[in-house]
Design a protein around this ligand. Structure first.
Ligand code: ADP
Ligand code: MG
Length: 139
């Protein structure tokens, strides 16, 4: 249960570049099971709510405008120790500093447009999963 899920989003630039398929394939290769998934678009207000924890950061405006600029794929992923396992798998926040073979290295454009989101704690994974998916939409 807790500790086994994380929330990811394929960010707008990665969607625009046609990377939904390759990224989902990579997620499967990494042994993450899809519990819930949707193709959707955040309003600016929804992006502001999702990234509420970053409200005081200088990049908050840029981040929330970008994240609401086009469609995304949101998904709940399951694996042992999912939060840390997925963060290791996607690589560093800045794609240019991410390890070879990681999702952000392969599909990221720059620091802001870094291909995917990954939850940073079990607590936030649950909050973020609830943001997109009621438990009735998880399988
Ligand atoms: P992570 O996504 O690796 O957990 P953070 O939680 O620190 O990173 O930041 C959330 C998102 O905000 C990042 O994924 C990235 O898209 C964006 N971001 C972080 N730092 C910056 C920055 N200095 N300038 C622009 N965007 C940033
Ligand atoms: Mg984060």
């Amino acid at each position: 249960m807790s500790g086994n899920i994380t929330l990811t989003m394929i960010k707008p630039m990665a969607v625009k570049k046609g990377f939904i398929g390759p990224i989902l394939n990579k997620i499967a290769e990494g042994g993450f099971r899809i519990v819930a998934m949707k193709y959707t678009k955040l309003s600016l207000e929804q992006a502001q709510k999702f990234y509420e924890v970053h409200r005081e950061r200088p990049f908050y405006g840029e981040l929330t405008e970008f994240m609401s600029s086009g469609p995304i794929v949101a998904a709940v992923l399951e694996k042992d120790n999912a939060v840390q396992a997925y963060r290791d798998y996607i690589g560093a926040t800045d794609p240019s500093k991410a390890e070879e073979g990681t999702i952000r290295k392969l599909y990221g454009t720059n620091l802001g447009m870094n291909a995917v989101h990954g939850s940073d704690s079990d607590e936030n994974a649950n909050i973020e999963a609830n943001f997109f998916f009621p438990t009735s939409e998880r399988y």
